[in-house]
Design a binder for this molecule. Sequence first.
Ligand SMILES: Nc1ncnc2c1ncn2[C@@H]1O[C@H](COP(=O)(O)OP(=O)(O)OP(=O)(O)O)[C@@H](O)[C@H]1O
Length: 293
Amino acid sequence: MSVLLDISHIDMEFPTPRGNFTALRDVDLKIQQGEFVSLIGHSGCGKSTVLNVVAGLYQATRGGVILNGREVTEPGPERAVVFQNHSLLPWLTAYENVELAVRQVFGKSKSKAEMRAWIEHNLALVHMSHAMHKRPGEISGGMKQRVGIARALAMQPQVLLMDEPFGALDALTRAHMQDSLMEIQAELRNTIIMITHDVDEAVLLSDRIVMMTNGPAATIGEILSVELERPRDRLALADNPQYNQYRAQVLKFLHERHSKPDVPVKKKAAPASAHATPAWTSGHTAKAVGDAA
Ligand SMILES: Nc1ncnc2c1ncn2[C@@H]1O[C@H](COP(=O)(O)OP(=O)(O)OP(=O)(O)O)[C@@H](O)[C@H]1O
């Protein structure tokens, strides 16, 4: 396997009224084609910042990102993003929401019939064929998130970036979505970077778990390779000693070596320099974070 994505020695500083705040220091990570990588760490450590730099929404202060030999300087459809909260257009059906993205990417290269087949194929992948003509207001939260994932997949991105994609879902729906994502990844061999706070989710889904230290100047503390056979079955894994050992390793990192006292939570504002969220991102970036600044 070859390196698809090279996150090379990234520093990220944000200007604040009290001077520059260093969110990331020397984050360095090489990701292979077809790998599933999770980022885990305490709230406010800088996971979303890493993802936003890869998405091209932020420019790193130092270092950079190379995708397939080309430097990332702005957002692009080869890096589709799925955020925690879907951002479907409420007046369009599920089909039309996916169609919008497909037209942007394939409007010139696919015929109308090819586009229709492609949209239907991607909605089928996330088990949404039965509800593709419904509007977001008529479907559940999990279904909306499925449509967001279908929309991202339909762009055939080289990398799928997921920022807590299942964080807003109830436990059962979340488990279904995790299973669907594993099935899709087994079929398409997508390269995925996913932020999660959920240790079980990280171990279940990942090839590698990247554990981040607390900020300011957060960096990669440890990387755990998860060598559990695929396909993975959540019920069978519950009694698997290796699974439980991986789980314990991540918990130890988070709660012993890099524990964090509770901090007040405040809303994060997008910096003036950040690019506007483009149509190929799903959901929104503004969410509560522990502010270490
Ligand atoms: N636009 C910004 N301007 C100033 N500071 C920012 C900005 N975006 C993030 N930060 C700060 O950078 C640090 C990392 O934030 P980030 O959102 O990347 O953390 P996170 O690990 O994704 O958090 P969470 O798990 O809560 O989503 C935090 O201290 C945050 O307050």
